[in-house]
Design a protein around this ligand. Sequence first.
Ligand code: FAD
Length: 308
Amino acid sequence: MLRSALLAASRSTRFRKTIEGARPLQPVIARFVAGVDTGDALQRTADLLAAELSVTLDYLGEETRDVAQVERTVAVYERLLAAFGDCGFGRLAEVSVKLSAVGQSLGVDGNKRALEAAHRICVAAQAAGTTVTLDMEDHTTTDATLEVLRALRVDFPWVGVALQAYLHRTEGDCRDLVGAGSRVRLCKGAYAEPASVAYRRKAEVDRSYIRCLRVLMAGNGYPMVATHDPRIVAVADVFGEEFARLPVDHEFQMLYGVRTREQQRIAERGNVMRVYVPFGDDWYGYFMRRLAERPANLLFFARALVKG
Ligand code: FAD
């Protein structure tokens, strides 16, 4: 119930205005969002790399319906990637892109525009010696996102994609993406989805995650295990042994500000631990999805409002 209410609020313009204007929330937001500009993002990246973690940077924004904003977003990614190249980060720092931030929501030729924009970002990533991963948004965009992925992989076979274990279709999508060179980030899924397309109960989502993970770990691609769930991390370790995967054959991923001690522990035992680092001022949708994932975050949020 609470999760659904928060996910509904993540799309409400009125609620958005109230939350964005609430100054006492700034410290709560800073827990999940690394800063507003590319300077903040680069500083946070350098800090995480110094702590032996890897990074995927996300310039916040989604469902953009303004062509000029799409152009600004692509330019931010190009600047960031040029800076990554100058710093020589290699694949330790890559970027994550939401197609709805780069044209997918612009109307009839949205997918074509998103493909063009993502292609430009991939050119910049290639020059910097790193990779791009496409985030996955709500289920109405899954086919289009996978289509863009297929088109990008013709020129950039290293482009990755997020798949969401809560969707009924995802085990099949995992089977389609287990070939050599394929990079799949498996997550549980963060949007409000109907029962016709998605598992709704946590136990069902977790079971689906494990089935999907088994397919990916048994395949020839590079699985990216994106979860904070300790039981799933343990299952990934078991599959790693079962399918004789070396630590360099797959990686773990967690969100900035979530289970940071566990991030460090996994990196210290010799696995790649990549932190998903969002930055930018369009943090509202991202932040509300983080609240929906964990009721305790809501308490943290409510306390800040009351104290402020
Ligand atoms: P859960 O069962 O939700 O959580 C397990 C435990 O982790 C919780 O008990 C809690 O201790 C901790 N935890 C989980 N979430 C939080 C939180 N927000 N704050 C504090 N503690 C928390 N979703 C998409 O739909 N599309 C994407 O492209 C996408 N990309 C992602 C990329 C990465 C690297 C990660 C880690 C997640 C991504 N997600 C994405 C979000 C994902 O789908 C889940 O909503 C989110 O990760 C919570 O699920 P969980 O696997 O951590 O398990």
